[in-house]
Ligand binder design. Structure first.
Ligand code: ADP
Ligand code: MG
Length: 268
């Protein structure tokens, strides 16, 4: 009896070792619970194996998504579930649901989210980025200012190619806040090089407070702006968001803001 018990615990150790070696860590860590569940539910071997594998796949998916989110460097946590469509009637929920499938990412299309400050452009960009990551597409988020600063510096230091490669690699590149600051001379051309490299290979999502017609001014060079737009617009989905800032709207509800003017007493 004692001997059989020892054998049993030895084989359990063996099992744990093998599960570790096979990197089936979810099964290993929850082994007793999972086996109890299988026994209680009187599962067949095949059903039990399916249950164990599901637990492992769920953990691996979770890890992959967490890793993808940390690589993406989102500035904040925003999801489609937390987006209130009623607050933004100029957005068609159907169009967002279609974009949430990430088919556009698979196709290497561009999405332009245009509109004034506070209407949810960054929120949607981050949320759509999350959707892409859960579907296995490597995603990177960068502000337009940081992107351009990095490209200009790399250019000056003779390692532009490496930086372009860095931004060309992800399946989805999100460039936030294009147009808040005008580009410095030369920057427009560097941005053009990036857009060309990604063209028809990787998807881009660009948010901007300027309409496409104003991009010539943003880039400071109408010819380069046209070349950039030519590529971005070729396979593109343009969402123009109208309306009031969500931030101001919620403050207005609280009585801090009247008719778009922030009351002095609010201190901001
Ligand atoms: P933008 O990038 O267009 O300037 P943001 O996406 O940063 O605007 O939105 C400002 C704030 O308001 C964020 O905290 C965002 O989560 C929130 N917000 C904007 N629109 C909505 C919405 N329709 N539903 C829920 N939250 C929203
Ligand atoms: Mg924003």
């Amino acid at each position: 009896m004692t001997k059989r018990k020892t054998q049993a615990s030895e084989s359990l150790d063996d099992l744990e070792r093998m599960l570790t070696r096979l990197q089936l860590t979810a099964i290993r860590d929850q082994l007793d619970t999972l086996l109890d569940q299988a026994a209680r539910a009187e599962l067949t071997l095949r059903e039990a194996l399916t249950m164990l594998c599901s637990a492992e796949v769920a953990r691996k998916d979770e890890r992959r998504i967490q890793m993808g989110l940390s690589i993406a460097k989102f500035p904040c946590v925003r999801t489609l579930e937390s987006f209130e469509y009623e607050a933004q009637p100029s957005i068609d929920p159907k169009q967002i649901r279609e974009l949430a499938t990430s088919r556009w990412v698979a196709n290497g299309d561009a999405v332009l989210l245009l509109g004034p400050p506070g209407v949810g452009k960054t929120h949607l960009a981050v949320a759509l980025g999350r959707e892409a990551i859960t579907r296995g597409y490597m995603t990177l988020f960068v502000s337009a200012t940081s992107l351009v600063t990095q490209l200009v510096r790399a250019h000056n230091e003779g390692r532009l190619d490496e930086r372009l490669q860095h931004f060309a690699k992800p399946r989805l590149l999100i460039v936030d806040e294009l147009g808040y600051l005008p580009f410095e001379p030369n920057a427009a051309h560097l941005f053009f090089q990036l857009v060309s490299r990604r063209y028809e290979r990787g998807a881009m999502l660009v948010t901007s407070n300027r309409s496409v017609a104003e991009w010539g001014g943003v880039f400071g060079d109408a010819v380069v702006a046209t070349a950039i737009l030519d590529r971005l617009l070729h396979h593109s989905h343009i969402l123009t968001i109208r309306g009031d800032s969500y931030r101001l709207k919620s403050k207005r509800k609280a009585g801090v803001v009247k008719d778009g003017a922030v009351l002095a007493a609010a201190g901001n």
